[in-house]
Design a protein around this ligand. Structure first.
Ligand SMILES: CC(=O)N[C@H]1[C@@H](OP(=O)(O)OP(=O)(O)OC[C@H]2O[C@@H](n3ccc(=O)[nH]c3=O)[C@H](O)[C@@H]2O)O[C@H](CO)[C@@H](O)[C@@H]1O
Length: 355
């Protein structure tokens, strides 16, 4: 039986594409194992699926000063030796990495153990973790056509991003029922990225009384970001993170307000949901979400509000504009061509794996 090791973690965006691949990998007869960090959010997401999970030591590699910069390199080195030991034991034919810092020692260890590794970059420009992995990777899959030119020619493959297929078959009525909503008012779904976003949460909550006159609001606000004072507000529900019901909530949504993480925006456009993107500011990141969002805006899929310009007034007028012109946005998204990302990646895996 062929054996694949999946890796990736830190935020859900480095895990959900792996989850999207799992049904097809099983169908193709693969035994699947996962290497992630000891205590990252990937652990529960993967263990809940019954996939054997192996934790390794992991640290963040930063380009800015932080006291942890002194201890984290040691954790990464420890993780490398742990990953090497695991790969020798598991003897996989291939490794597939969705990125995030925990994936760096795994991909480097795969190279040392002569196991071909494929890596996937969802953002327009490669992040630091993937940059470190590129020299050790057999192939680099990417999501945006613009990314190909940043990658070695013999390694770059435009595959798109694998999307969990169950997201495409949600039931709007079930979504409304789950939230205790009715069909009288349209629904806004707010997604602040897999960890939530204080900026998005505050902006939405600041205009809530106004919003609730015309809409019902489902708010995925992130871990530890619930606002107890809003419990019981008619037409408003908040959740830290939603797993099983996400397809139904997506189906129930008439408009989505979201961070511009690569996975969330690919899911939103595949579902052709009118949306407002509030990308993570360049002050808090390398600015990848801004590039993701602007690319979607250029294609007519999204309205973009930069974090610095979000306030009650700009958000309200963006909601009004997108809702009024929703059909134009829907048409643009429906026209876009969708690659069969899961099938494309599966055939690349089969091409590269150790026979
Ligand atoms: C802060 C940060 O580092 N963000 C990065 C992170 O985003 P992050 O992981 O936050 O966001 P993404 O949008 O890429 O992915 C989030 C995933 O979580 C899922 N989801 C979210 C909320 C919820 O309640 N339930 C749920 O299942 C979404 O459907 C999606 O599949 O990785 C992305 C992909 O490399 C990057 O583009 C982002 O810049």
């Amino acid at each position: 039986m062929k054996h694949i090791v999946l890796t990736g973690g830190g935020t859900a965006g480095h895990v959900t594409p792996n989850i999207a691949l799992i049904p097809k990998l099983k169908e193709a007869g693969y035994k699947i194992s996962y290497i992630g960090s000891y205590d990252g959010m990937e652990r529960k997401l993967i263990e809940d699926l019954g996939i054997p999970y192996y934790g390794i030591s992991s640290g963040k590699l930063r380009r800015y000063f932080d006291p942890k910069n002194f201890s984290d390199p040691f954790r990464v080195v420890k993780g490398y030796f742990e990953a090497k030991k695991l790969l020798k034991k598991l003897k996989p034919n291939v490794v597939f990495s969705k990125g995030g810092f925990v994936s760096v020692p795994v991909v480097l260890a795969a190279k040392a153990c002569k196991v071909p590794a494929l890596i996937h970059e969802s953002d327009m420009t490669p992040g630091l973790a993937n940059k470190l992995c590129i020299p050790s990777a057999a192939k680099v899959c990417c999501n945006f056509p613009e990314t190909v030119k940043c990658l070695p020619e013999n390694k770059a493959v435009l595959t798109g991003t694998p999307i969990r297929q169950e997201l495409l078959s949600g039931d709007a009525r079930e979504g409304l029922k789950f939230c205790g909503f009715n069909a009288a008012k349209p629904v806004i779904l707010v997604i602040g990225g897999s960890l939530g976003s204080v900026a998005v949460n505050n902006a939405v909550r600041s205009i809530l009384p106004e919003l609730l006159k015309d809409f019902q609001v489902i708010h995925l606000c992130g871990k530890d970001k619930l606002d107890a004072s809003l419990n019981g507000t008619e037409g408003y529900v908040q959740f830290e993170y939603i797993k099983d019901e996400l397809p139904d909530l997506f189906a129930a949504a008439d408009l989505i307000i979201s961070r511009a993480g690569a996975n969330a925006i690919c899911e939103i456009s595949a579902l052709a949901k009118p949306n407002i993107l509030i990308p993570l500011s360049a002050n808090a990141s390398r600015g990848d979400q801004i590039l993701n969002a602007r690319s979607f805006e250029r294609q007519g899929y999204s309205k973009v509000l930069e974090e610095e310009s979000v306030n009650a007034q700009t958000l309200q007028s963006a909601i009004r504009e997108v809702y009024e012109n929703r059909q134009t946005y829907i048409n643009a998204m429906k026209k876009s061509s969708h690659t069969d990302s899961i099938g494309r990646i599966l055939s690349l895996i089969q091409e590269c794996e150790r026979k």
